[in-house]
Design a protein around this ligand. Sequence first.
Ligand code: FES
Length: 179
Amino acid sequence: MQSVVNEALNPQEKVLIDQAIAEHGGRPGELLGILEAVQSANAHKYLPMESLRYIAAQTRVPPARVYSAATFYALFNLDPQGDNVVCVCRGTACHTRGSRDLLEKVCLDLGMSERDLDDNNEADKLSLTTPDQRFTIRTVACFGQCALAPVVELNHHILSRVNERTLQREVQALKQGRK
Ligand code: FES
């Protein structure tokens, strides 16, 4: 496995990971800290498979454990993320206040078909990125702000009691680079 890792990662990427390991190693929750730091340093905010293998090799944590941590926590991405991230809550409170319609509308506005949505219809695990990598649409099981439903997060900014018109306006502003 080590030789594959060495071919796949460039020296700079390895240095970044080594630094994350040096910073978080030996602390409680070190694996999660390492994964978070490595993802945050990645230009597309995700954890490539070769990075996971390298982390496993360097920390001597079994690769299956590294992979299962990266897949278990919603905060980690295994695919490249778009420049802008739209995250629609699909929890019960938001669902009853129309979050499915919001999700469909934003997908259509960004040129994705209902088929894309249906092909990825695990409500709390959707992650779709536009071919130009400008937008990623995700879903979350609950933001913990149910009184403000429906809730949508745009680039880490929470919007509450969202309706289709508001969401369309916000996404349009991002498309035009006004935000
Ligand atoms: S269900 Fe959407 S914030 Fe809780």
